[in-house]
Design a protein around this ligand. Structure first.
Ligand code: SF4
Ligand code: SF4
Length: 163
């Protein structure tokens, strides 16, 4: 990961408790334009941050896989879904399917995903700051600010916007 991305994560880690309190307060305040603001800050962050120079989500945080994800991925790698699950997946403490190991086995050394077109929906949706209903996602945004440098940037910018 680029040094500047590491610095963003180090700052998010240093400001952990401040950021947590800020996002909890923001949730109570329910700002009307929150989706619009977070989506804009997300776009600005990803204009500067290149996932191919990072891949931290694929290295550290596995997605949850639904049956349709498993069927699609199994087809992509030409395995039967049951065999795919046996080879690559395990069931976590919430009884959800997740990858057996991290970094993800489909992540290349060049940070490309070898199953990109068939990747799980959770991978497509990460880090969620591009979606609607941000009020309900502030907790996950806090957690992702410790993993994703783009989200760390979004949270710092949110503090400026709403303080
Ligand atoms: S989504 Fe975030 S953590 Fe994942 S590769 Fe992109 S910048 Fe890194
Ligand atoms: S399936 Fe692809 S996008 Fe999802 S964690 Fe693995 S490498 Fe990353």
């Amino acid at each position: 990961m680029l040094k500047e991305y590491q610095l963003l994560l180090a700052t998010a880690n240093k400001n952990k408790s401040e950021n947590k309190k800020f996002l909890e307060k923001l949730k109570k305040q329910r700002p009307k334009n929150l989706d619009q603001t977070v989506n804009l800050l997300n776009n600005q962050a990803f204009e500067e941050i290149d996932c191919l120079q990072c891949a931290n989500c694929c290295k550290t945080t596995g997605p949850l896989l639904l049956n349709k994800d498993i069927d699609r991925l199994a087809k992509e790698v030409k395995l039967r879904p049951a065999i795919f699950a046996e080879k690559y997946l395990k069931i976590d403490e919430d009884q959800d399917y997740v990858f057996q190991q991290m970094p993800c086995v489909f992540l290349g050394s060049d940070h490309y995903c070898s199953v990109y077109n068939a990747r799980p929906n959770a991978c497509r949706e990460y880090p969620h700051t591009q979606q609607k209903d941000q009020l309900q996602k502030l907790k996950i945004t806090y957690e992702n600010s410790l993993i994703c440098p783009a989200v760390a940037k979004v949270v710092e910018a949110l503090k400026v916007e709403y303080r």
